[in-house]
Write a protein that binds this ligand. Structure first.
Ligand code: SF4
Length: 187
């Protein structure tokens, strides 16, 4: 057996503990903090309750309860979609963003900076591993928009080839529930 699986298991356990500790400092549960982090990174097709349920593999009931808590604490707001009926977008408030300051993410980033490894290579390896495991578990990949098979660059800027809508630059570096692997990767 390779040591890599065991190392990933230990890292996962340590990160889970850090998430628990960070959440407790703010009087939150780990899932509350994880949802805030997800919304910070999600694009406009994914800042939705259904996307949260898919991303974490939790029920819509749990998502509703989580959103209600975060809203009550003033950490996020809901905004109705101007064009799609009952769809509701979720946005972090300034207080919600500040909860994520000095979180476990920064500590991991700091530790990574201290390693003599090529960050891009490590990221690519981990992303590929995640992709394989998500596929075998039947989960959506939630990849980066600008790395999606549907991503188009035109003279006027970026566009989504799936929805045919223009994409603001800040949206292209976010994650998306509609993401699809590039054709070369799928072959
Ligand atoms: S290009 Fe892909 S990742 Fe980006 S918004 Fe469209 S479907 Fe989502």
């Amino acid at each position: 057996m390779s040591q890599t699986s065991l190392l990933l298991e230990r890292l996962g356990a340590l990160i889970q503990r850090s998430v628990r500790d960070d959440a407790a400092r703010h009087g939150l549960l780990p899932i509350h903090l994880q949802v805030l982090l997800f919304l910070m990174r999600a694009n406009r097709y994914s800042d939705l309750p259904i996307a949260i349920a898919e991303y974490f593999g939790i029920t819509r009931g749990t998502v509703s309860q989580t959103i209600a808590v975060l809203e009550r604490k003033g950490l996020l707001t809901r905004e109705a979609d101007a064009r799609h009926g009952k769809r509701v977008h979720l946005t972090l408030t300034a207080a919600g963003k500040s909860v994520l300051n000095r979180s476990w993410v920064e500590r991991v980033e700091q530790a990574l900076c201290e390693q003599a490894v090529e960050a891009a290579t490590l990221e690519s390896t981990l992303r590929n591993l995640l992709s394989v495991m998500q596929r075998s578990n039947g989960q959506r990949a939630f990849g980066l928009c600008r790395e999606c098979a549907h991503f188009l660059t035109e003279q006027s800027g970026a566009r989504c080839g799936l929805t045919h809508e223009p994409l603001a630059t800040e949206q292209t570096v976010r994650i998306c529930r509609e993401w699809s692997a590039a054709k070369a990767e799928r072959a």
